[in-house]
Design a protein around this ligand. Structure first.
Ligand SMILES: Cc1cc2nc3c(=O)[nH]c(=O)nc-3n(C[C@H](O)[C@H](O)[C@H](O)COP(=O)(O)OP(=O)(O)OC[C@H]3O[C@@H](n4cnc5c(N)ncnc54)[C@H](O)[C@@H]3O)c2cc1C
Length: 380
């Protein structure tokens, strides 16, 4: 078993680490306070190829493997989880359905533009359909060479910023997952209405918005896969997306551990640094161990994907373990900082808020357990 990263993986990681230290970390707190992201930062990331990391080279992307992509996501999350989620949604669930299920014409039309920085979003969740994605009610009615979509999506990451939306909808009058369809829709399509941006607890640099469809006409050529493939496409996109969220969680968790250790080395109580107080040292050791174990799961899931092997179970396990380990890391980091950990002056306060959603989006921890239990039921 070889745990060594290859030259390409190390090069990408170091390049992104350098970028995040210079361009993202210094303004992370400001973005959190201002509830947004400067346009100049997005332009710099476009110029550095960040929006095409996971895209095939033939469509203008960098063609990075999943491990490399994970390392990049981790570095971004250490600096700003909000910037990170904009890029992970774009590079995974927002574009993967097009790359995997789009016709050649659709791929050629949309993927190079996405890889160049026209941002993608993924629209499944609705007011009445969250964990149970098969219960969506947005309709897609066939009308000649078009479909007409009506409905409302919520919590759409990149909702306000996106140029493209992958949208799940169903044949009117149906229920269940069989009659759901996936479409790629361009911003500016008449009937696509971008609504309000959520005022969130964390990930405040990212935009999360409502997107409505009011008699929106979409050419049948923009159907991804076949009619009825919508649920399958959404689930396979989420399998890959979960690997990204696992690495995002790791990035936040490691940032918490680093802050907590640095603080514990300098803060003295009872005549010695906190890190030398056995209880605090033990808490930090537990966090470090949990993160390391979680990292192995995330790397294994990414490796399986790169080998073309099934990875759904490991992706769910990695997402569950990494998000929970990172949550514990953030909680411990605040605790180690004492009262200062509760104040905005210290980064751990932001990490504590940012990390919380990793146990909720792209499938809650409860849903990951359901998915894992389903795999185990088939295996034994
Ligand atoms: C910041 C943010 C960004 C997001 N980005 C996107 C996006 O880009 N695109 C998109 O489509 N969606 C997005 N989402 C939506 C996200 O995926 C959902 O919030 C998530 O899937 C949970 O759905 P819900 O909020 O409706 O909760 P519910 O499904 O209503 O769940 C509520 C609670 O019940 C639990 N629960 C539900 N069913 C079961 C069960 N069978 N067994 C045990 N427990 C259960 C859940 O685990 C949860 O704890 C985003 C959400 C947030 C907060």
């Amino acid at each position: 078993m070889d745990f060594t990263l290859n030259e390409n993986q190390t090069m990408f990681r170091d390049m992104v680490r350098d970028f995040t230290r210079k361009e993202i970390a210094p303004i992370a707190q400001q973005m959190d306070e201002e509830n947004g992201m400067p346009a100049e930062l997005v332009e710099k990331m476009k110029a550095s190829g960040f929006f095409g990391i996971a895209f095939p080279e033939q469509y203008g992307g960098l063609g990075a493997d999943t491990i490399t992509y994970g390392l990049v996501v981790e570095e971004l999350a250490k600096a700003s989880a909000g910037v990170c989620v904009m890029l992970t949604v774009h590079n995974s669930v927002g574009s993967y359905p097009v790359a995997m299920y789009g016709s050649e014409q659709i791929k050629q039309e949309f993927l190079p533009r996405m890889a160049a920085g026209e941002i993608a979003a993924f629209c499944v969740t609705e007011p009445g359909a969250g964990s149970d994605a098969a219960s969506i009610t947005t309709t897609a009615k066939r009308d000649g060479d078009d479909y007409i979509l009506n409905g409302s999506k919520i919590f759409v990451t990149n909702g306000q910023r996106a140029a493209f939306y992958v949208v799940m909808a169903r044949t009117p009058g149906t229920t269940g997952h069989k009659d759901t369809h996936a479409f790629i829709v361009e911003r500016g399509t008449p009937g696509l209405v971008v609504g309000k941006k959520e005022d969130k607890m964390g990930l405040r640099a990212s935009d999360t918005a409502v997107v409505d469809f009011e008699d929106m006409r979409v050419p049948a050529a923009q159907l991804l896969g076949k009619e009825g493939d919508g649920f399958k496409i959404a689930m396979s996109a989420l399998d890959g997306g979960r690997i990204g969220i696992a690495f995002q969680s790791l990035g936040i968790g490691e940032a918490c551990l680093a802050e907590a250790v640095r603080y514990a080395k300098t803060r003295e109580q009872f005549g010695k640094p906190l890190i030398r107080q056995p209880v605090i040292g033990g808490m930090l050791a537990d966090v470090g161990t949990e993160l390391e174990a979680a990292r192995l799961l995330a790397l294994q899931a990414a490796w399986l994907k790169d080998q073309g092997q099934p990875y759904g179970k490991q992706a769910a396990m990695a997402k569950l373990k990494c998000s929970e380990a990172a949550g514990k890391a953030a909680d411990t980091a605040v605790q180690v900082h004492g009262g200062y950990g509760f104040c905005k002056e210290y980064a751990v306060e932001r990490y504590y808020r940012d990390v919380r959603v990793t146990r909720i989006y792209e499938g809650t921890s409860e849903i990951q357990r359901l998915v894992i239990a389903r795999y185990l039921g088939q295996e034994y």
